[in-house]
Design a protein around this ligand. Sequence first.
Ligand code: FES
Ligand code: FES
Length: 154
Amino acid sequence: MLNITVNGKAASVDAEPDMPLLWALREDLQLTGTKFGCGMALCGACTVHLDGQPVRSCSTPLSAATGKKVVTIEAIGNSKAGKAVQAAWVKHDVPQCGYCQSGQIMSATALLTAKPKPSDKDIDEAMSGNICRCGTYNQIKAAIKDAAVALQGA
Ligand code: FES
Ligand code: FES
C-alpha cells in the first residue's frame, strides 16, 4: 500500500512502487482529467505537479510521489496562477480536440508560478515538452501572456 497526497487529500493505493503515477491517478483515484498520450515522457499529456514541479506522470513511479504533494488538473483552479491560466484559456478559446490541454495548463501554471513575468523564450522552453496535434500553440502562448498580465493586476 502506498500513501500519496493528491489535491490536498490523503489516498492509499494498492500497487507496486514502480507503477506509473498516471495509472494510480486515472485507475485507482478516478482522476481522469490527466491524459495518457505517449507513455514515454514525450508528449506532456500526462503532466501533473509534484511539489509544484511539472512532471510526466506516465514516467514517474508511484514511489516517487509518496511524501510529496500531487496536484492534478482537477484542482489546479484552486491556485491563483491556475485560476488565471484557466480563465485565459477560456478567453482565448484555446482547446481544439482538448486532449493535450490539461497537460498544457499544468505546464503553463507551473511556469507562471515560478516566473510571473515570463519572456517569450521562457514560455517556449517551459512549453516545449507539451505537444498539441491540433496546433494550438499560438493560442497557448497568447493565453499564457494574458494570464501573466492578469496575475500582475491581481
Ligand atoms: S503520456 Fe506522459 S508524456 Fe506522453
Ligand atoms: S487541442 Fe487537440 S491535441 Fe491539443
